[in-house]
Design a protein around this ligand. Structure first.
Ligand code: HEM
Length: 81
């Protein structure tokens, strides 16, 4: 039986990015695209973990510890779709 990844981009990661996040970051990376997010995963993780992204000035809530951990688990698992 093949291993079923327990974290998925479509189900777990994509919903954590708002349309505002995607729009504001589009000139640097595509937060709606698995390949783009995986390519920038360590920088994204650092930014959400330290609270610099999304910027507090955007009015968006800082990512919870659980959201950060889910993102890291996804990246560490090879970024399953
Ligand atoms: C590699 C990681 C990232 C880098 C280098 C980065 C860099 C930047 C820069 C330079 C800006 C414009 C200046 C500023 O408003 O501070 C910006 C804006 C923004 N970023 Fe990021 N960002 C990253 C990841 C993210 C992530 C993961 C999110 C969401 C979870 C995010 C959400 C936003 C939002 C919402 C804005 C607009 C803020 C506003 O205008 O009020 N960014 N980012």
């Amino acid at each position: 039986m093949p291993d079923v990844p327990d974290v998925s981009f479509a189900r777990d990661i994509l919903p954590m990015f708002t349309s505002v996040d995607v729009a504001h970051m589009r000139n640097m990376m595509d937060l709606s695209n698995r390949e783009s997010v995986f390519a920038h995963a360590s920088a994204i993780y650092a930014a959400v973990l330290n609270g610099s992204m999304p910027p507090p000035s955007s009015g968006e809530a800082r990512w919870s510890a659980e959201m950060c951990a889910t993102f890291k688990r996804w990246a560490d698992s090879g970024g399953p779709p």
